[in-house]
Design a protein around this ligand. Structure first.
Ligand SMILES: Cc1cc2nc3c(=O)[nH]c(=O)nc-3n(C[C@H](O)[C@H](O)[C@H](O)COP(=O)(O)OP(=O)(O)OC[C@H]3O[C@@H](n4cnc5c(N)ncnc54)[C@H](O)[C@@H]3O)c2cc1C
Length: 370
């Protein structure tokens, strides 16, 4: 009898969908292929007792009160304002670029009111296509060639393994810069990390009498035996359709965790390395989590072509493939038996708050019969 809903994937998209369905009285089976819940926001204590983010650093930030209120039902928060330094010309300078960044790099003592004019003069002395034709033009048109070379060019080459001229100008529509000395990475109203970690947050979301959780189980191995009335799918878009329109490409990461016998090892939670070393950035988790310990664990990120899917690649070819898959999704969703949600199922980069918001909205619409 079709009297239950199935949710594939126990990341934030799946956990939110399951919770909203359960609270509306639906019985929910959540199927997760990994042996744990929380998907890419998974955090865990390493062998040295330091809380680390298994898939790279995650800082929650949102301007959306509804999302913040929803998640706050399942966690208290460790309030934290994220800061990033960039290692450039042998110095650690604030990033995004602010008044101090410019002062350190160019040895100029400018006031807040002079920063805009400084950037304008940087742009004026630069050469680029106007209107911008690609990522390189888009960045130079906002901060000029010198800052582009120092912060963006090599970081982009490392991250995407492509010439910035081959990337779309849309990726760099608005480069955040600050005229003042504000060194916060985000300016959203709500910022922080779940006080007891993301995994505990997701476990709490799934702790409901109407929700059953099945881990270490691949949906495609049991799909034939599942007779659900409604399926929320948060796995890979192309895999669902057996790759019928070809594989969608992802960039991956190799994460190397190192523990040191020190209270802190670097000067901020994240340090970017645009021009030096093979890694793109190093994260020191204790700054974010506020954990007290004599040891500290850092995560070095090395971009990879293949592996665990991390970042969607919005090349023309992938955009076209995605469109073909999304047409199939639309047909399935019209039947009201399926919903595709999240970073993998929609082949789209989402921040955590966006995924939660989308899951709440889409599932609520389904419940209302829309
Ligand atoms: C390096 C990195 C850093 C990030 N940092 C931030 C940040 O600081 N702030 C922020 O807001 N966002 C950040 N994000 C984005 C954030 O990770 C995503 O918004 C969020 O994880 C998306 O959740 P999801 O549920 O869509 O996907 P996932 O968390 O990937 O969940 C999908 C789940 O489905 C499961 N699954 C897939 N296929 C199957 C199958 N066949 N059967 C059963 N289960 C299956 C997977 O195992 C997985 O658990 C970052 C992303 C990256 C790549």
């Amino acid at each position: 009898m079709k009297d239950f809903c199935v949710v594939i994937g126990a990341g934030l998209a799946g956990a939110t969908a399951a919770r909203v369905l359960a609270e509306a009285g639906e019985r929910v089976l959540i199927v997760e292929k990994l042996n744990h819940v929380a998907g890419h926001v998974r955090d865990e204590f390493d062998e040295y007792g330091v809380l680390i983010h298994a898939y790279g650093p995650h800082i929650f930030h949102t301007d959306n009160s509804e999302v913040f209120r929803f998640l706050s039902r399942f966690t208290k928060w460790h309030h934290y304002q994220h800061k990033v330094l960039s290692y450039v010309d042998g110095m650690l300078v604030p990033f995004p670029i602010n008044r101090d960044t410019i002062a350190h790099l160019f040895g100029v003592n400018i006031s807040t009111s002079e920063v805009k004019d400084f950037l304008k003069s940087e742009v004026k002395r630069s050469t680029f296509n106007d209107p911008p034709q690609n990522f390189e033009d888009a960045v130079i048109s906002q901060v000029g060639e010198r800052l582009y070379e120092k912060f963006f060019k090599n970081y982009t080459i490392k991250q995407w393994s492509r010439d910035p001229k081959e990337l779309s100008a849309d990726v760099a529509k608005r480069i955040p810069t600050r005229s003042n000395r504000d060194s916060r990475y985000f300016s959203d109203r709500y910022q922080g990390l779940p006080k007891f970690g993301y995994t505990k947050l997701v476990e709490k979301m799934l702790d409901h009498p109407q929700i059953s959780v099945l881990t270490s189980c691949d949906y495609f191995e049991i799909v034939k035996d599942l007779k659900a009335k409604f399926t929320v799918y948060t796995g890979l878009l192309d895999e669902f359709f057996d790759y019928s329109h070809g594989r969608l490409e992802y960039r991956s990461l190799k994460l190397v965790f190192e523990t040191y016998d020190e209270v802190h090892h670097q000067a901020a939670s994240v340090v970017n390395y645009p021009n030096d070393y093979d890694w793109t950035r190093i994260t020191e988790f204790k700054y974010m989590t506020g954990q007290k310990s004599d040891k500290t664990t850092l995560c070095y990120e090395y971009p990879l072509d293949k592996g665990e899917p991390y970042y969607v690649v919005m090349s023309d070819e992938n955009v076209k493939k995605r469109e073909r898959y999304m047409k199939e999704v639309a047909k399935l969703e019209e039947t009201r038996e399926y919903l595709f949600l999240g970073r993998l199922a929609e082949y789209k980069y989402y921040n955590m708050d966006q995924v939660v918001k989308r899951s709440i909205d889409q599932v609520s619409n389904w419940l209302k019969g829309e």
